[in-house]
Design a protein around this ligand. Structure first.
Ligand code: AMP
Ligand code: MG
Length: 334
């Protein structure tokens, strides 16, 4: 039985996961870099944090799996997309381990890993995937041996839009993610103020809504609660609209939502209602596999390896703008 380890540190999270060939997650350790209150992620600081905690995460992951390093058959890492300095940490960890154990190494596309762990944990065959996080907002689906991005943000990601709004409102995100803090405020009201709804073809834009939301509170006197609710309603309706069109056009019957924003109950409710209209099955994932994690990298790399992928160390440079379309999907036969 092949055992695969995955290193992930493409943004503010750092993770080490271990999986076996049957898709059992044997370990999934994670740590999060926390920027100073009121600030966003500074890539170099995040990378420094990741490099500091990585050795201990690896040790804890091996302990969790009751394995030693020599039991690992395959070493996988997030090659991109992501923040350059952060990506370099998981790549260096993987290269070091591959060289010292003399084991194969596989660089994995981050977005594809989110889809593949979703298929595994959600027991889905061929879903349309809405991936909404702090760093990404994409609608991804499989067609002809590639994962294609059918729609995406043209400016900032949805999670980032929520985070910046929260920071501008000086909300306290020390105990819960900012998106959750906004969700709690939104749950206190049904009042709604119109905000710019910005869907362009299959793509999305969140920066105008963000600016308008901040202005509604700071200049027009609306309460943070009402604007938080309106921001959620508007942004979630937008992503639901694009996901719906992908589902209808591609004639798929499964919908998966993943990424940090996927833990939002209102978003899940909207997507579920939309999926019901199309007789599609809707799934979310538990946070451990929806948020950036090492197990998704280990699992995707394992499938790539089994289908014949091989990589030289010289091909392991990180790729900040790595697109899912660039990878030929050789591990699916549909
Ligand atoms: P990720 O980039 O996948 O780690 O996800 C982090 C993003 O998810 C941040 O933008 C958070 O504010 C957001 N997030 C976390 N929980 C929630 C929630 N309940 N509702 C909306 N956004 C959330
Ligand atoms: Mg991610």
């Amino acid at each position: 039985m092949l055992i695969s380890i995955g290193f992930e540190s493409s943004a503010d999270k750092v993770g080490v996961g271990i999986v076996d060939e049957d898709g059992n997650i044997l370990a999934n350790q994670r740590a999060t870099y926390k920027p100073e209150i009121g600030h966003g992620v500074i890539p170099r600081d995040a990378a420094e944090h990741h490099a500091e905690v990585m050795p201990n995460l690896l040790k804890t992951a091996l302990e969790e799996a009751s394995l030693s390093a020599k039991d690992i058959d395959l070493i996988c890492f997030t090659q991109g997309s992501g923040m350059g300095p952060c990506l370099r940490v998981d790549a260096i960890a993987a290269r070091t381990m591959a060289i010292s154990l003399n084991k194969p190494i596989i660089g994995v596309n981050h977005q594809i890993a989110h889809v593949e762990i979703g298929r595994l944990i959600g027991k889905l065959m061929d879903p349309v995937v809405l991936y909404v996080s702090g760093g990404n907002s994409q609608i991804i689906a499989y067609s002809h041996h590639r994962y294609h991005v059918f729609g995406e943000t043209l400016d900032i990601p949805l999670g980032n839009c929520l985070d910046v709004f929260g920071r501008e409102m000086k909300l306290d995100a020390s105990k819960a993610p900012m998106g959750r803090v906004i969700e709690e405020l939104a749950e206190t009201t049904d009042e709604y103020v119109p905000l710019p709804y910005s869907v362009k073809g299959m793509d999305l834009s969140f920066s105008g809504i963000l600016t308008a939301s901040i202005r509604k509170v700071k200049e027009e006197g609306y309460s943070v609660e009402v604007v938080a609710n309106s921001l959620q309603e508007t942004c979630f309706a937008m992503v639901t609209e694009v996901a719906e069109r992908a589902l209808a056009h591609l004639k798929k019957d499964e919908l998966l939502v993943t990424g940090g924003v996927a833990s939002n109950n209102r978003l899940k409710q909207m997507l579920n209602e939309m999926a019901e209209d199309h007789d599609a099955r809707f799934s979310g994932l538990p946070p451990a596999t929806a948020i950036d994690n090492g197990a998704m990298i280990a699992w995707t790399g394992l499938q790539m390896y089994r289908s014949g992928y091989r990589q030289q160390l010289s091909d392991t440079l990180v790729r900040q703008h790595f697109r899912p379309e660039e990878v030929e999907v050789t591990w699916r036969n549909d």
